[in-house]
Design a protein around this ligand. Structure first.
Ligand code: ATR
Length: 276
């Protein structure tokens, strides 16, 4: 067993994950001695690999695609935000030996949007594209910002309607298909589909964005994603991708594990410089 606390990110594919880099930068900045590595773990291997990791003295895990729902099932106890989102991205070994599951994606997105980019969500009409795990994690934190309305639009319409129905007690929310968006306008459109990964964009009607509206793609890449390009074409005031959210959700996990808040601005600036 190592004397240095061990953390890791599990997922598949994991080769291109920036999480080890981000956590190493946080550790250096805050003078914390930790090991953080990335491990290729499939859904089938998840339970075995996770038990093994903690048995061998691991202190905390980040879980990414396709493991967030499995991590939710694995955790002994969960925070409220994780419980409701049915997805966990951070597992932490507690002093009594139990595993705490949390979801830092929502707070990561909100910090990036509201603090880093000064986007005000109060009274905004917000549209989320996609009804998978990525959408689940961000719905509640958005509704808590007193938005005027939240619409979830998805290729498979039933999934959007079911997902929205889970949150009707928490705010004004409805689910629909892309075709139903005609004649509607939004202040903020968030792409939570995995369409960017296949260089695709959901079929969206024209004039969907209010003047001075903002587009945010949860995905990121070295080149602008297809949704970021859609936002540019549709004259979004701000066109953001998920790099800032990635760093902010990591910072929240780091805080849970180490009790120290790293300076995220420095790390975001460095990663942005590196991708040109
Ligand atoms: P994640 O956990 O990343 O959300 P997921 O649960 O597989 O992944 O969900 C992927 C989401 O992207 C779904 O909403 C999916 O739409 P369907 O529910 O209809 O499958 C959406 N998606 C993926 N590729 C898409 C594409 N090319 N166009 C539109 N939506 C797409």
């Amino acid at each position: 067993m190592s004397l240095i606390d061990h953390y890791a990110v599990f997922g598949s594919p994991i080769k291109h994950s920036k999480s080890p880099r981000i956590h190493k930068l946080f550790a250096k900045q805050t003078q914390q001695a930790i090991i953080y590595d990335a491990q290729e773990v499939s859904a089938e291997q998840f339970n075995y690999s996770t038990s093994n990791f903690f048995k061998q003295g691991g202190k905390g895990l980040n879980c990414t695609l396709p493991l967030k729902e499995l991590a939710w099932g694995y955790a002994d106890i969960k925070t409220e935000r994780a419980e409701l989102s049915k997805a966990v991205n951070t597992l932490t070994l507690q002093s009594d030996g139990s595993i705490l599951g949390d979801n830092t994606d929502g707070v990561g997105l909100l910090t990036d949007l509201m603090k880093n980019h000064e986007v005000n969500l109060a009274n905004a009409n917000v549209l989320i594209l996609g009804a998978g795990g990525a959408s689940r994690g961000i719905i509640l934190p958005i509704l808590e910002q007193n938005v005027a309305s939240l619409v979830i639009a998805n290729r498979t319409v039933d999934k959007a309607i079911h997902l929205a129905n889970e949150f009707t007690l928490k705010g004004t929310i409805k689910g629909c298909g892309f075709n139903d968006l005609t004649n509607q306008q939004f202040n903020l459109i968030i792409n939570a589909t995995s369409s960017s990964l296949s260089n695709d964009t959901p079929p969206l009607p024209e004039h969907l964005l209010y003047k001075n509206g903002v587009c945010y793609d949860l995905a990121y890449g070295n080149e602008p994603t297809t949704f970021v390009r859609w936002g540019q074409k549709n004259r979004a005031l701000k066109n953001l991708d998920g790099l800032g959210m990635l760093v902010e959700q990591a910072a929240e996990a780091f805080f849970i594990w180490r009790g120290v808040r790293p300076n995220t601005q420095e790390v975001i600036a460095l990663l942005n410089t590196e991708r040109g």
